[in-house]
Design a protein around this ligand. Structure first.
Ligand code: FHN
Length: 445
């Protein structure tokens, strides 16, 4: 094994977590809404009477639809019921602190009136700038907005999957200029943007142009200081992605967890910032007409994922795929409402909370800890039939008091039954939702 450190021009730019205010805000947000919206919402996973089960936003590719046919969907895009304020209010009620919107997905269609391609919202029957409407509506609800941008572009004639010829190289360098111009335009025209979320960067063509990924990151940060960029953008001199050839993370946070979470005992991830993005169905990001095409996660499963992510110091980005008429499907609205009702009571265990340092994984659920005050929260998902929650404590730490976040007056008896073992006696009642117990601790270390 070669342990020699490689000299890299385009590798990680710094080590450890960013500590500036913008990054701290990003981190304290913890819960975000992902939105995938584009032309793919129109067919919604169906083409010529056939239903395609693969991701709806991939329909062009799954159904082998020619460019010209797909691109003409542009002339049908007319979300007459789109009300950005309704979306933002729903998001606010769900309890998210940030939203990440697809400015351009793999299909290449742009939701803002870019000057660099005609394939944009300005040339649809709808015409109006959707990105601006969303930024304004979400910001006025106090929600940060980030821009998703797919570097992979099925529409642009200069996109290449690999660089094999001189012609490829010339075309692709034109493409890189195009993408950079678009990103500059986004950063300049939407000054409140808080982050850029890159995708579609896995092809050889990008891996061979790691310099560009660093240049773009630096360009965005020079226009909008503090802006947060995901690791997925980056490739180094050797084409290593996310982590450079010396194992150091590139970008500001790791964005490799997609439709999966690190295991609850994976304490490796706590040393960096990271975010998991999650679908409600198995693998649908854009709107699919058939909601039941795969298993759909329940609100309680999603809440548990949010808590598990928080307990490991990560952010949780939950995806929604709006309909072509501009509304959000009823199933997603109901899930958002359920999560929101839970957040209304329990969000203290989420916002600005993270890994409870040193505390072992517990059978009943997860610990989270406020990053500023150190307050310790036990988020309970599994209640033993005995009604006794067994807490494994740490050397020198005693639990002096336990109280329900929701009902501080309902007493919980705390008893130390052995060294580092505390029992909490829950009142005789049934719980239908996961709940939070605040633990007051005394540190004798
Ligand atoms: O192919 C895309 C997919 O449609 C979706 O946008 C996800 C979100 O993380 N990213 C890609 C797959 O990694």
């Amino acid at each position: 094994q070669n342990h020699e450190k490689k000299l890299l021009k385009y590798g990680a730019q710094y080590e450890g977590k960013r500590t500036d205010a913008a990054m701290q805000k990003w981190r304290s947000n913890r819960f975000g809404q992902f939105i995938h919206w584009g032309l793919y919402a129109i067919p919604g996973g169906e083409w010529k009477g056939k239903t395609y089960t693969y991701a709806a936003e991939f329909l062009k590719s799954s159904a082998h639809i020619p460019n010209s046919t797909w691109d003409s969907l542009q002339y049908q895009f007319n979300p007459v019921k789109f009300d950005p304020k309704t979306w933002a209010k729903m998001a606010k009620k769900m309890g998210v602190k940030y939203m990440t919107i697809t400015t351009k997905h793999h299909e290449g269609f742009c939701l803002w009136p870019t000057q660099y391609t005609k394939f944009n919202i300005g040339n649809t029957p709808y015409k109006k700038d959707i990105i601006k409407a969303l930024v304004d509506a979400y910001n006025s609800e106090g929600i940060d907005v980030n821009f998703y941008y797919s570097v992979l572009d099925w529409h642009h004639p200069d996109w290449r999957y690999d660089i094999k010829t001189k012609e490829d190289s010339i075309a692709f360098s034109r493409y890189l200029t195009f993408a950079q111009n678009q990103l500059k335009e986004l950063a300049e025209n939407y000054p409140s943007v808080k982050g850029f979320w890159f995708d579609g960067t896995w092809d050889q063509s990008i891996k061979k142009n790691g310099w560009w990924t660093l240049q773009v990151e630096q360009m965005l940060k020079s226009i909008r200081p503090g802006v947060v960029v995901n690791s997925r953008l980056r490739a180094d001199d050797y084409g290593a992605r996310h982590f450079d050839s010396n194992g150091k993370m590139m970008g500001d946070y790791e964005s490799g967890y997609e439709r999966r979470l690190p295991s609850p005992t994976d304490t490796q991830v706590i040393h960096r910032d990271w975010e998991a993005c999650m679908t409600i169905p198995e693998n649908q990001w854009g709107y699919h007409k058939k909601w039941d095409i795969s298993y759909t996660k329940t609100p309680l499963e999603l809440i548990e994922m949010l808590v598990q992510t928080t307990s490991l110091g990560g952010n949780f980005l939950l995806n929604f795929g709006p309909k072509p008429d501009g509304t959000i499907r009823i199933e997603e609205q109901q899930i958002a409402e359920h999560i929101g009702n839970w957040m209304k009571i329990n969000s203290a265990a989420i916002y600005n909370a993270g890994h409870a340092k040193g505390w072992p994984r517990q059978d009943w659920g997860y610990f989270t800890q406020n990053e500023t005050t150190g307050k310790l929260y036990a988020v309970v998902f599994n209640i033993p039939i005995s009604g006794i929650l067994k807490i494994q404590t740490l050397e020198g730490i005693t639990i002096s008091k336990a109280s329900f976040l929701e009902k501080p007056d309902v007493p919980i008896t705390v008893k130390e039954i052995a060294k580092k073992q505390v029992n909490l006696y829950l009142p005789q009642q049934s719980f239908s939702e996961p709940f939070v117990i605040i633990l007051d601790t005394i540190n004798e270390n």
